[in-house]
Design a protein around this ligand. Structure first.
Ligand SMILES: Cc1ncc(COP(=O)(O)O)c(C=O)c1O
Length: 405
């Protein structure tokens, strides 16, 4: 059930004034705020159960291990993954992508291979592939945009050839909010035996994600955008890649046996989790997932979608405003500019009214080049945002436009 008052009360950070105004937090795409249940789960862990995990025989270590592994199960259940060993805890989306690129480069990606990305990828899903391509004579190809800034899927088939090994694509664009049609991607990928990595950094917080149905090779996301703590995220591996992905980040905990001559690595998730993991982070992440499921992922999606529709309608009535990402198939993100003004100026003035927006290229510089702009102002919603916050934002946006012009 959606009870916004009750939901907002769970986020102490929202209850403050910025520059004399009630905080309006519209920067959820960068990181969301954390409910009390998440904050308390982390605090309780350190107060009552802190110990290093796995291999400990003492009680605290066994408790911490249980909590950590229970968190893995919570994540697996949330994403409808039957084998929880397919859920690897990483430091977040960026770390997960690096783990995949470095692992694949050991035995799957060959010199001269090609990888397909979309025009709206976050730098995290470009740079590691680019580095690999530079070092191995590989090539990155890009799915272009249509007029409404959704992807031109009709061009995908032309990009595929014998050398195409992987399609790495955002589920939701962090800058435009556009939702990728993964079914279209998957049909071509399967037909041509190409692996698919889905960057779920902006889908996992905003919509139901069923990884069994999605049936891709890799899925990655970050807890801090999902009401959870920073420094922890997920790398989901299909059954095949849990076996076949090579270890690229070895260390204590990843092994079965070690001699000075040779190491046999573990066959489960631990194979990819070197060193002491972010135990408190995993526990906080599980609490964040419990929070999202108590509200309901479909409820979260519908609420944010409604806010997007509402805000976009109001923004379309302001002649000085240009909105990017016109497709109707969007999650809770709107990017815009005020004609003839720098996004930074708009953002700075909005902050004077306690409204937190993000400005700049949003780590999507290639997209900015496609759109032929320097940057945008981005507002991005979470379940605790309200229509009255949108009204306040629109009122102040009009005021800012008058001040700037
Ligand atoms: C689509 C997308 N991919 C990757 C990232 C990187 O996430 P993180 O900084 O949590 O690793 C972000 C963060 O904004 C994102 O929006």
């Amino acid at each position: 059930m959606k009870d916004l008052k009750n939901i907002r009360d769970q986020f102490p950070v929202l209850n403050q004034k910025i520059n004399g105004y009630d905080l309006v937090y519209f920067d959820n795409g960068a990181t969301s705020q954390k409910p009390l249940s998440v904050i308390e789960s982390i605090s309780n862990y350190y107060k009552a159960s802190n110990a290093n995990i796995h291999r400990g025989v003492h009680t605290l270590s066994r408790t911490a291990t249980e909590l950590f592994e229970k968190a893995r199960k919570t994540v697996a259940d949330h994403f409808k993954v039957k084998n929880d060993q397919q859920i690897i805890f990483t430091a977040g989306t960026t770390d997960s992508i690096n783990l995949v690129v470095n692992g694949l480069s050991k035995n799957y990606l060959q010199k001269g291979d090609e990888i397909i990305l979309s025009s709206y990828e976050h730098h995290s899903n470009i740079l590691a592939w680019q580095l690999w391509a530079e070092e191995n004579g590989g090539k990155l190809k890009v799915i272009p945009l249509l007029e409404d800034q959704s992807l031109d899927y009709s061009k995908l088939e032309e990009l595929i050839n014998q050398k195409t090994k992987l399609i790495a694509i955002a589920h939701v664009s962090n800058t435009l909010g556009v939702i990728t049609d993964l079914e279209k991607i998957k049909v071509l990928a399967k037909k041509n035996n190409i692996a698919v990595l889905v960057d779920g950094a902006q889908s996992a917080p905003h919509m139901p994600v069923d990884l069994e149905k999605l049936d891709v090779d890799f899925f990655v996301c970050s807890a801090h955008k999902m009401y959870g703590p920073t420094g922890i995220g997920v790398l989901y591996l299909s059954e095949k890649w849990l076996k076949d992905l090579q270890v690229s980040k070895p260390g204590g905990g990843t092994i079965k046996t070690v001699t000075f001559e040779k190491t046999e690595y573990a066959e489960n998730a631990l194979r990819f989790e070197p060193g002491t993991p972010h135990i408190a982070g995993a526990i906080g992440f599980a609490a964040a997932i419990d929070f999202m499921n108590a509200v309901g992922m479909q409820t979260i999606f519908e609420h944010e979608h409604e806010l997007v529709q509402y805000a976009q309608q109001k923004m379309s009535e302001i002649p000085e405003v240009i909105v990017y990402g016109k497709s109707n198939n969007k999650a809770g993100v709107i990017s815009f500019n005020v004609k003839n003004n720098h996004p930074f100026d708009v953002g700075t003035l909005m902050d004077k009214y306690g409204i937190a927006v993000r400005t700049g290229h949003h780590c999507t510089q290639p997209l900015m080049q496609c759109l032929n702009i320097q940057g945008t102002v981005r507002i991005s919603f979470a379940i605790y945002n309200t229509k009255s916050e949108v009204d306040f934002f629109i009122e102040k946006l009009k005021k800012v436009i008058t001040m700037l012009n």
